[in-house]
Write a protein that binds this ligand. Structure first.
Ligand code: ZN
Length: 279
């Protein structure tokens, strides 16, 4: 029997605005409601970015706290994952949200050039955030945007900056990063299996590649992610009506591919997280 697949929903991100898709949740109230709908539709992990009321990116611990509290209340057991992404915000504040001790937080292990600007992840910052996660019992989701980020992640794990076993997310198709190609995915996965055989993992594609990435992941034993952060459309003909609509479709895809859908409790077991909400 194959292992259940963990479904993560990335509800907001740092890029899409309501002008792009009116269903993008911006305020904490909207975000909590969106997560609750996704939880009901089968999501086990909520990946959270917060925004100011005008839609701009924020790193405010108050906003993160409000969303986390609301999600924990509305969705027992659900895994809360904060983004520590440095896009469009003050670098020094990226780790502020870690004092709230979410279950998980994203951790990029290398720097990347976007089309404009740099997604800067200085080694000292990575070590500082990783150490803070170890100390606060926060499991990183290691974001691999480029090949070297994978080997760096293994090095940080050997240093104790990232706890083993790691959970990694391969991000393909970001301009400036790795292209969305099957050969690239297979190489990354084979390297991960050699360098960190115990790691759990997922692969994500942006936009129209999202569904293809989901199927690749499911067939190779990985986990899956969807949500308006990565893809604002349902298909070529229309926008997604909500995050939950994307989650419901992915839950069906998981069944079609012969995998089980991990409940939040199962997802906690697979990721080595403590059962129940953190206090
Ligand atoms: Zn994100």
């Amino acid at each position: 029997m194959t292992s259940p697949a963990i479904l993560t929903v990335a509800i907001t991100g740092s890029v899409p605005q309501k002008a792009d898709n009116p269903a993008v949740p911006i305020t904490p109230t909207e975000q909590i409601e969106a997560v609750r709908e996704c939880y009901d539709a089968g999501a086990a992990v909520a990946h959270i970015h917060v925004r100011n009321p005008d839609g701009s990116v924020s790193a405010s611990p108050d906003l993160f706290a409000e969303v986390q509290e609301g999600v924990r209340e509305a969705c027992p057991d659900m895994i809360v994952q904060f983004s520590t992404s440095g896009r469009r915000q003050d670098q020094a504040r990226r780790s502020d949200c870690l004092v709230l001790r979410p279950d998980m937080a994203s951790l990029a292990t290398g720097t990347l050039n976007f089309v404009h600007g740099t997604y800067e992840n200085d080694p000292d910052l990575i070590r500082e955030m990783g150490t803070q996660m170890v100390q606060n019992d926060i499991k990183p989701e290691v974001e691999i945007f480029d090949l070297s980020h994978l080997y760096s992640a293994v090095r940080y794990a050997n240093e104790g900056v990232i706890a083993n076993p790691m959970h990694v997310q391969f991000v393909l198709g970001m301009p400036g990063g790795l292209p969305f190609r099957r050969e690239v995915f297979e190489f990354l996965l084979s390297e991960l299996r050699v360098a960190a055989p115990d790691a759990t993992w997922g692969v994500m594609g942006i936009g129209k590649d999202q569904l293809t990435a989901n199927r690749w992941s499911l067939r190779e034993g990985g986990h899956v992610r969807t949500g308006l952060e990565d893809n604002i459309r349902f298909d070529a003909s229309r926008l997604a009506s909500s995050n939950a609509e994307l989650v419901a479709r992915l839950a069906k895809t998981i069944a079609e591919e012969g995998r089980g859908l991990a409940t939040p409790a199962e997802a906690r077991r697979i990721l080595g997280l403590k059962p129940g909400n953190k206090t």
